[in-house]
Unconditional design. Structure first.
Length: 339
């Protein structure tokens, strides 16, 4: 017997027509540039023009920018380059589950820090450095996942002050940065000597583009080059060329504007229904945090599943025992057949 589930676990904001846009551009690039080099990965090939397009769009130095196969790939390269395997990494009390999985895979000690409405608390990070020997911080300061909030400028400065005191590596995941046009200055611009910026087109355009960028501190440039080779021998040139062309002609910026406009409508509608249970967050974000009034996150997720709605319980993201009970509510709704 087949029945329908409302799927609200995956946060890939897609719009009608994007499949056709991507397919058309990808086919065009393949047909125009199909040669033997295009069939090889980018390692040992000249990709400076592709890097230049991405770096210009991101407003970062080209000489510190590398192409990646998405944000996850960028994060893995950053952790390997900075020698973080097996080391202690400070994260938010509620943090992105995908990044946590990568840290566990590398044998890292995950140290959850206390949070308030502004994000990770500096005093909690300081304590983690003094007592747990933390070597790095992973942050998503703009439209944090799962909370959907943006860290104010003052808190960014306070956390970077601790990072400088203890010479910490900072991993800045900017996957959702495009959703908040009024966000403060990025960490990578405030402390380029220690911040790795991780970003891609997965959320701002489509996951199928498989195109991302890593911006690394100059001192780790050679190790980044080695890590790119070791993890994927570069990137897919057809994908990178298609992505660059979509950025260059303004298509990606147009899609971002449309996603943010639609996100504002859906965000407001969700908050109107869920009311005071919603945490503070960016009004154009496609996800928000909903507090669970009673019981646990696991129980709430299970109950929602009984009602044929799939949500992400807070247990997916919790890194501390005192993390809030709730769920990440994503309203990119699709119906999926289940048995």
């Amino acid at each position: 017997m087949l029945w329908n589930m409302i799927e609200m676990q995956y946060n890939f904001p897609l719009l009608p027509g994007l499949a056709e846009v991507w397919a058309t551009r990808f086919q065009q690039v393949v047909s125009e540039r199909l040669d033997m080099n295009s069939l090889r990965p980018s390692f040992r090939q000249d990709v400076r023009e592709l890097v230049k397009v991405g770096a210009g769009w991101l407003r970062v130095p080209m000489e510190r920018t590398w192409l990646t196969e998405g944000t996850h790939h960028a994060a893995l390269i950053a952790m390997l380059s900075a020698g973080l395997a097996g080391k202690a990494i400070a994260v938010d009390g509620l943090s992105y589950s995908g990044a946590l999985d990568q840290m566990r895979m590398l044998g890292c000690e995950i140290v959850g820090c206390a949070m308030d409405t502004a994000g990770m608390m500096p005093e909690s990070l300081l304590e983690a450095c003094e007592l747990r020997g933390v070597k790095a911080i992973y942050l998503m300061p703009t439209v944090q996942n799962p909370l959907g909030a943006t860290m104010p400028a003052a808190r960014r400065q306070e956390l970077l002050a601790v990072a400088r005191e203890f010479d910490l590596v900072v991993l800045e995941d900017d996957a959702y940065g495009f959703m908040d046009a009024s966000a403060p200055t990025r960490l990578v611009e405030m402390a380029p000597e220690r911040v790795f910026l991780l970003t891609a087109l997965s959320k701002s355009f489509v996951p199928a583009a498989r195109s991302g960028w890593l911006v690394a501190p100059e001192r780790w440039g050679a190790r980044v080059e080695s890590a790119v080779k070791a993890t994927a021998t570069g990137v897919s040139l057809p994908h990178a060329r298609a992505a660059a062309s979509l950025i260059a002609d303004g298509t990606v910026d147009r899609v971002i504007a449309e996603k943010n406009a639609e996100g504002a409508i859906r965000n407001a509608a969700a908050r109107a229904v869920l009311g005071e249970w919603c945490a503070e967050g960016v009004g154009t974000a496609w996800h928000l945090w909903v507090d669970v009034p009673t019981g646990t996150s696991e129980a709430f997720e299970a109950k929602m599943r009984e009602l044929e709605v799939l949500v992400s319980g807070g247990n997916w993201f919790a890194t501390r025992e005192d993390a809030p009970q709730g769920c990440a509510w994503r309203w990119v709704v699709r119906w999926s057949a289940s048995g």
